[in-house]
Design a protein around this ligand. Structure first.
Ligand code: PLP
Length: 287
């Protein structure tokens, strides 16, 4: 496996970074997770746009253009002879001194890792998953915006720990007002009486690229879908609940905090959207 590290390809075993890198010392940097399906990189430009927006928000200058970034990502996939893969792009502030000051870092470091990934076993897409809600809160949109995919994922890691302690693989985060925000690395949708809802960005959800694709697919199918705030009560009493994300794709949730959702099986809206998502991922992308 070849890793793109600062302008060259190095073997996985040799892909190491300095302990003085501020990505390591302070979580100072940004990242993206992207997916390739049957040789198609799904919505590459949207991911690259989000990466550059995240970097801009933390005043991190990416030294390559967006076009060059797309080429580096596609080349890394080719170099590893992958047709189906998960791609992680990391840009850290780079090597500096021990102080917090990011301006001590001479130049950012760009890393691209591509490998095969299946977040959930196949059966779970048929049966659905169980999740819990957790005490950790999504950070407020007026502080470090949740739109920034920064290397500081501690909040999300606490969510994951709480999920694991509860014996489930994913969990639900509220914002500081108690509105449902998202999962540790995925967005949430609920369906009630034929209406599909997903929390708006200002609640504290990342505007997921899978989420946006699902909104488009739902609109195309003529479904009644909108962004709106909702609480845990709405999740418990929904007919269907599902999560979306680059790694998770579209996965049904059949139990939340012990409450069975609908009839305990993935519902018809979820199944249809999962199917449409699967049909689109191999076409809606870059070769
Ligand atoms: N929310 C968070 C916090 C994430 O890290 C991710 C993963 O990228 C998502 C949601 C889902 O976004 P996307 O569909 O762009 O992967």
């Amino acid at each position: 496996q070849w890793i793109y590290l600062d302008g060259q390809y190095v073997k996985k075993e040799d892909a190491v970074v300095s302990v003085y890198d501020h990505g390591f010392l302070y979580g100072d940097g940004v990242f993206e997770g992207i997916r390739m399906y049957d040789g198609n990189v799904f919505r590459l430009e949207e991911h690259v746009d989000r990466l550059y927006d995240s970097a801009k928000a933390i005043m991190l200058d990416i030294e390559v253009s967006k076009e060059e970034m797309c080429d580096i990502i596609v080349d890394t996939l080719k170099k590893n002879q992958l047709e189906n893969a998960y791609i992680r792009v990391v840009i850290s502030r780079g090597v500096g001194n021990l102080g917090l000051d990011p301006f001590s870092c001479k130049r950012p470091q760009l890393i691209v890792i591509a490998e095969q990934l299946a977040l959930f076993p196949k059966e779970l897409y048929e049966s659905g998953i169980e999740i819990v809600s957790v005490a950790s809160r999504r950070n407020r949109a007026d502080v470090l915006s949740p739109k920034v995919k920064s290397l500081n994922y501690l909040n999300n890691i606490l969510v994951k720990i709480e999920a694991n302690l509860a014996g489930v693989s994913e969990a639900l985060m509220m914002n500081d007002q108690g509105y449902v925000a998202e999962g540790s690395a995925d967005n949430i949708f609920i369906v009630k009486k034929g209406k599909i809802l997903t929390p708006p960005g200002y609640v504290g959800a990342l505007e997921g690229i899978t989420r946006n694709a699902i909104i488009e697919l739902a609109e195309k199918s003529g479904f009644d879908i909108k962004e709106d705030v909702f609480t845990r009560h709405d999740v418990y009493t929904a007919d269907e609940v599902f999560l979306t994300g680059t790694a998770a794709e579209v996965i049904a949730v059949v139990k939340v905090d012990g409450r069975v959702i609908g009839d305990g099986k993935p519902g018809s809206y979820t199944n249809q959207l999962l199917q449409e998502f699967r049909n689109t991922v191999t076409q809606d992308g870059r070769k």
